[in-house]
Design a protein around this ligand. Structure first.
Ligand SMILES: Nc1nc2c(ncn2[C@@H]2O[C@H](COP(=O)(O)OP(=O)(O)O)[C@@H](O)[C@H]2O)c(=O)[nH]1
Ligand SMILES: [Mg+2]
Length: 474
């Protein structure tokens, strides 16, 4: 369904008005993804191994692993290196190539026959470094890469541990540059809680984390924090009662299992964002192009009328010889119009994009909440609209037809809300066996070299409850 909306009307309109390209089929078909971030040694890899019930990732106190490891389903255990991952058009990771060879050499793909991976792909990341001196030592744009993965993830788990509950250095940078605007996908985990020997340790770690988060998350209320740990043999026992931490771990795992459902929701949100921005871009350019065409027609009409009148006058008064001269002057006037006056008009219209935007949305801009959203969206779209209009020229945009306009409006105002409510209804009615997302999920097969696999039924969570908006750990 979502793919159909992209192929008509969104993609053709985006092409016609040179808007950014919609997500590729590969991106639309990508499996649900969960990104694990955090300081090094905060227990990301241990958590991944715990989830999968096998030792897939190396763990250890020293920074053992500085790779982005994509762990996905395959019938046999196999590893692939970065270059083969980013050059495979069947995998949704080609976009990573532009971060450069340094990054590519830090990408791994691991295929594992773990059941959980049939529905969710996990991405383990290199630990974030807090010491300032190491900040620039990676050789690639770390926050940029995190942003790339986070944008495409359905859930982002960020791990802290009692030793380093701080958000300084790279963590701070990542919060500011990579995770802004995606808090709806973000789960904050204070891990390794079994290291806290007593209540005092716990309070210190929790307090320090909140204090530091307050500096980087611009909201008034405290986000939910999952206080948990992974039970490991040979670790000293904490005096704290651990049941609450166990419960938080289960809640966290349930959230993760719900990633496929979140993906459907995220894809609807993504399409809505695309369609709304496209509409602003298209309507403003179309209106400017309409004004331009009208002004051009008027100028020509005036010119024709003027010279026709002069010609008739010359004919009637017997100055027939003046007629060729008049024709030359008319041609010169037309050239002047094309070369000077109309380009000026074009420039003026492009400078008036803000005004055109205001004019087109005058009613909506009176509603306060809506106005802020709309203006923010326009700020985002404006530079591109301007660039396109300047480079291609307003005259080259064909008039948008009435039907396209209707279809786009209908998509935003009716189809997308309907899709969303259908998703919620389906989730509410379904007990445990939810049918798979219609977009299909590519899993990777070793022998068939990354062919698509049939989708697997996905239970949104173990208990069949679907309130992913409300997180409720211990
Ligand atoms: N006590 C305790 N140790 C943990 C826990 N999780 C991980 N560790 C240990 O912390 C170290 C770093 O873990 P690792 O998973 O490699 O961290 P990563 O760098 O975030 O991937 C390892 O020695 C783990 O055994 C936990 O929940 N409790
Ligand atoms: Mg690790």
């Amino acid at each position: 369904m979502i793919r159909e909306f992209y192929s008509d009307p969104l993609d053709p309109l985006a092409k016609q008005f040179m808007f950014r390209r919609p997500p590729t089929i590969g991106e639309l078909r990508r499996p649900p993804q969960v990104l694990m971030l955090g300081n090094h040694s905060s227990g990301k890899s241990t958590f991944v191994n715990h989830l999968l019930g096998m030792e897939v990732q190396k763990t250890g106190v020293a920074p053992t692993d500085d790779n982005f490891t994509i762990i996905t389903y395959g019938p046999h255990e196999t590893d692939r290196d970065g270059p083969s991952v980013v050059s495979n058009p069947d995998l949704p990771y080609e976009g990573l190539r532009h971060f450069g060879d340094q990054l590519v050499s830090h990408i791994r793909l691991k295929l594992q026959p773990a059941d959980l991976l049939r529905t969710v792909t996990l991405i383990d990341s290199p630990g974030m470094i807090d010491e300032a001196k190491e900040e620039n030592g990676r050789g690639f744009d770390f926050p940029g890469v995190v942003r790339w993965f986070a944008d495409r993830a359905d859930l982002v788990m960020i791990f802290f541990d009692p030793d380093k509950p701080g958000t300084t250095g790279e963590t701070l940078q990542v919060f500011k540059e990579s995770l802004n605007g995606i808090d709806h996908k973000l789960l904050i985990v204070l891990n390794k809680m079994d290291q806290c020997q007593n209540l005092h340790d716990f309070a210190r770690a929790y307090g320090a984390l909140c204090w530091n988060l307050g500096k980087v998350i611009p909201r008034k209320d405290l986000p939910m924090i999952y206080n948990t740990f992974v039970p490991l043999e040979g670790k000293p026992k904490s005096e704290l009662p651990l049941e609450d931490f166990d419960k938080a771990r289960n809640d966290l795992i349930n959230e993760l299992r719900r990633a496929p459902t979140r993906r459907m929701d995220n894809q609807i949100t993504q399409m809505q964002a695309f369609a709304e921005r496209l509409r602003l871009h298209v309507f403003v350019i179309d209106e400017a192009a309409r004004r331009y065409r009208r002004s051009r027609e008027r100028s020509y009409a005036t010119l024709v009328l003027l010279f026709a009148a002069l010609g008739v006058g010359a004919f009637v008064t017997g100055f027939i010889l003046a007629i060729p001269a008049l024709a030359v002057v008319a041609a010169a006037a037309a050239a002047l119009l094309e070369l000077v006056s109309l380009p000026r008009k074009k420039k003026r219209l492009i400078n008036q994009f803000d005004e055109i935007f205001e004019g087109l949305h005058d009613r909506e801009l009176l509603v306060r909440d809506r106005a802020e959203d709309l203006r923010a969206m326009w700020e985002e779209v404006h530079p591109r609209a301007r660039e396109v209009a300047e480079k291609r020229g307003l005259q080259s945009f064909e008039k948008m037809n009435w039907l396209d306009r209707e279809v786009l409006n209908e998509l935003i105002e009716q189809d997308i809300p309907r899709l969303r409510s259908e998703l919620y209804d389906a989730l509410r009615n379904v007990s445990l066996d939810v049918s798979p997302p219609s977009e299909g999920q590519p899993a990777v097969e070793e022998s068939a070299d990354l062919e698509e696999q049939p989708t697997v039924p996905v239970a949104p969570n173990d208990r069949g409850s679907f309130s992913w908006g409300k997180r409720n750990p211990g």
